[in-house]
Design a protein around this ligand. Structure first.
Ligand code: MOS
Length: 695
């Protein structure tokens, strides 16, 4: 590292001023002459076939330019993506599926006309309820993104049967909906056969590739820009229907078209975290050493695409045990396809395993922190390889110290003050530290400034700022002299902001590009040519050559709750997390990611629940009034810290991702604290007062 030392400093976001003053443009804020507006018409049945489309009333409305449906929409290339192959066929696969789109002079006219499009359907019976007894459950070929479906080591059955302490527990989590402030939204415009799309996405490359295939264009004829994104959380990890329909509509009306989903349309049809049904079995010695662990997970997918949540994968690498088995089963239902949501799999899976460990600690009469320390391991229990870094124990002990855990009386229900019962709980946390290849360019100019370019995405994480800090240090330049440009397919190759891979991956390419520029400048004895000097570098070869080793971030979450002894009202009083996430590039934005993840976990523990109604094949709650998300009053001081976590086998700066780990384990810590306060164990989220009152 250079002595300049921008990395590690708490810079505020480069785009912060533009965002708070409203000058940062989001996907549907780019002006263009002749802008038209589109609105999706969703299917009002669950399963069936469209037998007629009546568009007269909609078309007659002033300002309506077009009504597109399967009978008149331009043809898309078939076999590219089943999910996005819309307005091509009369089949309805789930309620809310896009079946028509209206284009109009104003957003108001489009919305009104969308209500006037009338579809006739041949309605067929549907199956939408998840059950672990469903005869349609099957073993998918892999679980997301590419993990083996079932894994075993040792002999779980024998190990479990022989264990003196045995637990066999069932957990359930409901469906959850991503609600980024900016919904799925796109502006599409065609000019001379070239397509330009401003897209709310976690990365521009998937849209560039998909649009080029669907519309049969060369890749270089499609440019996608996502300079600012109003949150993603996984929901924007891949192309959503509005990107395709905006491009289609723009071509038909020969004008630029904006299409933003309504808030209601965000709840389900575009993806959600699958509900899960989980069984966890733990067999242990009386001193708490786990001899056998099994985690069996059931989740749902749609009839359109297979999406197999990796629910039990968390259990594969977290704690030692000689005998182990994890399985996943999926059923195809007449529901929208589930999708990515912050720490996919790890979030529902850690709720089950970390709750079960709390139950095991009680069964063994052990402190739950001590139980986890006893089952810590320096080698990955799956592969037998040593972890590249494993600072779980440091997180557990540092968290316990900061939280004041040692004063705790372990007896459930032992602490009461007036009408409030108090309790504390904790959980472990982990998330993979993955890397993807990337490329970046770096330029030096005669005025002493530099510019670094990479098609990275800042979905609100602070990635732009962190990359800028990395670039400044790699250039040995004051950060004020460095510019950074991201969020455009015209920039060097980078993959999506997903799987907590962004900064860890992009920084590698940025460092290499800056190093190469410095080498070239040294060859020129520091004299920048009048026209500037530009180099590009890729991390692809280095990333491909990297050994496959178990690389993870870790954490420990601690919660204190109070529960009203009469009403069962639950309040989180404190939430404290300590994490091992590699190098902290920017403490301000890192803390923000961790606190954000923990807050999402609090919301999951106590508030969020997609209330599915099988009769209508959809959620009864599909807006922010009825789908409860924790608000400020629900969220007390949330504290996030990190321990020193050096890892030389990751990437040049030893960066692990931190976007997702904050949610992992948070819900279990809170549910465990509720049990400590009340003696009532809730194994089905959310933990609500109705579930406490019988106890
Ligand atoms: Mo994350 S669910 O990979 O954006």
């Amino acid at each position: 590292m250079s002595p300049v030392g921008a990395v590690g400093q708490p810079f505020t976001r480069l785009e912060g001023h533009d965002k708070v003053t409203g000058t940062a443009r989001y996907a549907v804020e780019y002006p263009a002459d002749g802008m038209a507006y589109a609105m999706i018409v969703p299917a009002t049945i669950v399963r069936g076939v469209i037998t007629g489309v009546r568009t007269e009333a909609a078309s007659a409305l002033a300002g309506v330019l077009a009504v597109l449906h399967h009978g008149n929409a331009p043809r898309l290339a078939a076999g590219v993506d089943a999910e996005l192959y819309r307005l091509q066929e009369p089949t309805v696969h789930f309620r809310g599926q896009a079946v028509a789109v209206v284009v109009a002079e104003t957003i108001e006219a489009a919305r009104e006309a969308a209500r006037l499009v009338h579809l006739d359907y041949d309605v067929q019976p549907h199956r939408t309820e998840l059950s672990d007894q469903d005869p349609g459950l099957y073993q998918p070929g892999h679980v997301n993104p590419s993990y083996p479906t079932d894994v075993s080591a040792g002999d779980f059955d024998a190990g479990f049967a022989a264990a003196p302490v045995r637990l066999d527990l069932a957990y359930r989590t409901p469906s959850y909906h991503n609600s980024p402030l900016e919904p799925h939204a796109s502006t599409a415009q065609w000019r001379d056969g070239q397509l330009l799309v401003h897209d709310a996405s976690q990365g521009t490359l998937p849209a560039q590739e998909l649009l080029s295939r669907l519309f049969e264009l060369p890749m270089e004829s499609v440019r996608v820009v996502n300079a600012h994104i109003g949150g993603g959380f996984g929901g924007k990890l891949y192309v959503k229907i509005q990107t395709v329909l905006a491009a289609m509509a723009a071509r038909v009306v020969d004008r630029p078209v904006r299409l933003a989903l309504t808030r209601q349309q965000m709840f389900g049809p575009v993806g959600y975290r699958t509900p899960t049904i989980q069984r966890v079995r733990l067999g242990a010695d009386r001193d708490g050493r786990i001899a056998a662990v099994a985690h069996d997970a059931v989740s749902q997918t749609s009839t359109v695409t297979e999406f197999a949540e990796q629910t039990a994968v968390y259990t594969r690498n977290m704690y030692a045990a000689p005998n182990r088995r994890t399985t996943h089963r999926v059923v195809r239902l007449d529901v929208p396809t589930p999708f990515w949501m912050r720490a996919p799999g790890y979030t529902p899976g850690s709720f089950a395993l970390e709750s079960a460990l709390d139950e095991l600690a009680l069964a063994c009469g052990l402190d739950p922190v001590e139980l986890r320390l006893r089952n810590d391991t320096t080698v990955d229990p799956e592969s037998g390889h040593p972890f590249t870094s494993r600072n779980l124990a440091a997180c557990l002990t540092d968290g316990a110290r900061r939280f004041g855990w040692s004063d705790r009386d372990p007896t459930p229900g032992s602490r009461r003050e007036g009408r409030w019962r108090y309790g504390t709980g904790m959980a472990g946390s982990s998330y993979p530290a993955r890397i993807r290849p990337a490329a970046a360019s770096a330029a030096a100019y005669a005025d002493g400034t530099f510019e670094v370019r990479i098609n990275a995405a800042d979905i609100g994480t602070g990635a732009r700022t962190a990359l800028w800090q990395v670039a400044a240090d790699a250039l040995g330049a004051p950060p004020q002299r460095v510019r950074i440009e991201i969020g455009d397919t015209a920039l060097p190759y980078a993959e999506v902001a997903g799987g907590s891979t962004g900064l860890a991956s992009w920084s590698w390419a940025v460092v290499r590009a800056c190093e190469r520029l410095c080498e070239r400048l040294a060859e020129l004895r520091g004299v920048v040519p009048a026209g500037g000097l530009l180099v590009e570098a890729s991390s692809a070869e280095e990333v491909a050559a990297q050994a496959t080793l178990p690389r993870f971030a870790y954490g420990a979450q601690f919660a204190e709750v109070r529960v009203d002894a009469d009403t069962g009202e639950i309040r989180v009083r404190r939430l404290l997390g300590v994490f091992a996430v590699g190098r902290a590039v920017n403490p301000t934005t890192l803390r923000s990611q961790l606190v954000g993840g923990m807050t999402m976990g609090l919301s999951m523990a106590l508030h969020e629940e997609g209330a599915f109604d099988d009769r209508y094949g959809t959620w009864a709650n599909h807006d922010l009034a009825s789908y409860h998300i924790s608000s400020n009053a629900d969220v007390p001081a949330v504290e996030a810290y990190w321990v020193t976590d050096e890892d030389s086998q990751l990437n040049p700066l030893g960066i692990k991702g931190a976007g997702e780990i904050g949610i992992v384990g948070a819900a279990a810590a809170i549910a465990n604290a509720v049990h400590h306060a009340t003696g009532v164990r809730v194994r089905e989220l959310p933990v609500t007062l109705d579930k406490l009152l019988p106890g």
